[in-house]
Design a protein around this ligand. Structure first.
Ligand SMILES: C[S@@+](CC[C@H](N)C(=O)[O-])C[C@H]1O[C@@H](n2cnc3c(N)ncnc32)[C@H](O)[C@@H]1O
Length: 391
């Protein structure tokens, strides 16, 4: 077994939930708010693992650890670790990052460099922030070995970045796709990927053997459909708005040219509460971000708005019982708005729905996870259900 640290993205809870489903049976411990640790089998290829994940920024491989928290000339130890693991004779280009050590004086990279030179190595230090180089710098500096010193309450871990998120591809899918409708509120591709992974992880073993068919009946610009196709699913996407249907088609065609995939896709102009699926197919994954109301709702109208949304969602859940396979996974965004009325905090959400849809066969799979952009009025709560008719 090999120990790793996982640097989690902006919503660490969601990133961790994704890791837990992608690596079932692995025990993760969250050592800092945005850092988790786990031991993986020696045969796990962390570069391919990183390609799957939406919520992990870096995977750091532990090279050595020391009991206690004293400084004890860490620079010399770091130089030795670098030298011992350096694959060839050439110059060592290194960066130095520290996590969980903000209360301590910074390590001095010139001491590491000096120790390397004394051992006979050429060495170059690449300067970055104390918490590490950005994913984009690392991605474009293949020769640089980024060392991490990670402090937990009992130990100091010395590690090296073993995989980094391909930020170029994530930004390309976010910003360069032909169709976007930002007024409707698009999901960031990383969040869409985490939702798809959560759904895939929830599928039972017998369903995992076939190519999953994923439905997003409120597809907007097709963010979820794109991440699903890159995760080896077949996809049906639908929307009530013909621009969204046309735009999603354009986006999926474009994706197939820049990051070719094997899955098939269809984009249909249909209402999510009535959507039809070809007779010979059943959906085993429904991942969606439905209509959430306006991004800046009038506070006085919120009770009325949420009543309308509840009706729309309930109608959709009722209809989906006809097209979902038994054991299907549903990962869906519910809107949440919190207001402050003269010091009184009011929360509007759709949690009342959970009881109603349980009678239709939808069972909560895991605790909902809140995701929101810093300035957003409408927050998104990600819910996961398993559909089992007759339950
Ligand atoms: C929040 S957006 C989805 C955005 C999408 N996740 C993305 O990242 O681009 C919700 C979408 O639901 C569509 N919509 C609203 N009511 C619908 C209905 N009854 N059936 C199907 N689509 C509907 C809207 O046109 C809109 O495109």
């Amino acid at each position: 077994m090999q120990q790793y640290f996982f640097q989690l993205g902006n919503t660490p809870e969601l990133s961790l939930a994704e890791l837990q489903v992608v690596l079932p049976g692995t025990i993760f411990s969250q050592v800092h708010p945005d850092l988790a640790s786990a031991k993986l089998d020696d045969n796990v290829d962390v570069a391919s693992l990183m390609e799957k994940l939406g919520g992990t920024v870096k995977i750091i491989k532990v090279l050595a650890n020391k009991e206690g928290t004293a400084k004890e000339n860490l620079e010399a130890v770091l130089a030795q670790v670098l030298a011992d693991t350096h694959p060839q004779e050439g110059k060592i280009h290194f960066a130095l990052a520290e996590l969980g050590r903000d209360h301590l004086p910074m390590l001095d990279p010139t001491d590491v460099k000096r120790a390397l030179v004394e051992m006979g190595y050429g060495a170059r230090f690449v300067e970055g922030s104390r918490h590490g180089l950005s994913a984009s710098v690392l991605l474009h500096s293949q020769r640089v070995r980024e060392l991490y010193v990670i402090q937990t309450s009992e130990k100091i871990f010395l590690g090296e970045t073993a995989a980094v998120q391909n930020i170029d591809e994530w930004s390309r899918r976010d910003r360069s796709k032909p169709y976007a409708d930002r007024k409707k509120g698009m999901l960031p591709p990383k969040v869409a990927r985490m939702m798809v992974n959560m759904g895939l992880g929830m599928l039972q073993r017998e369903q995992q053997t076939q190519i999953p068919l994923l439905l997003d009946p409120f597809c907007g610009s097709g963010t979820i459909a794109m991440e699903a196709l890159l995760s080896d699913c077949d996809v049906i996407a639908g929307d009530l708005d013909s621009d969204a249907v046309h735009g999603t088609r354009q986006n999926l065609d474009w994706l197939n040219t820049v990051q070719p995939f094997d899955g098939t896709y269809a984009v249909v102009h249909q209402d999510a509460t009535l959507i039809k699926i070809p007779k010979d197919r059943k959906v085993n994954l429904l991942v969606t971000e439905p209509f959430l109301g306006k991004p800046r709702p009038n506070p006085a109208k919120l009770p009325f708005i949420f009543k309308g949304l509840e009706k729309l969602y309930l109608g959709a859940f009722k209809h989906w019982t006809k097209i979902l396979n038994p054991g299907a996974a549903v990962v869906i965004v519910f809107p949440v708005v919190e207001t402050n009325n003269n010091g009184k905090q009011i929360r509007y959400d759709l949690r009342k729905l959970i009881d109603k849809i349980s009678h239709l066969g939808y069972t909560t799979h895991s605790e909902p996870i809140l995701y929101h952009r810093p300035q957003a009025v409408v927050q998104r709560e990600i819910h996961a259900f398993i559909f089992q008719p007759g339950k």
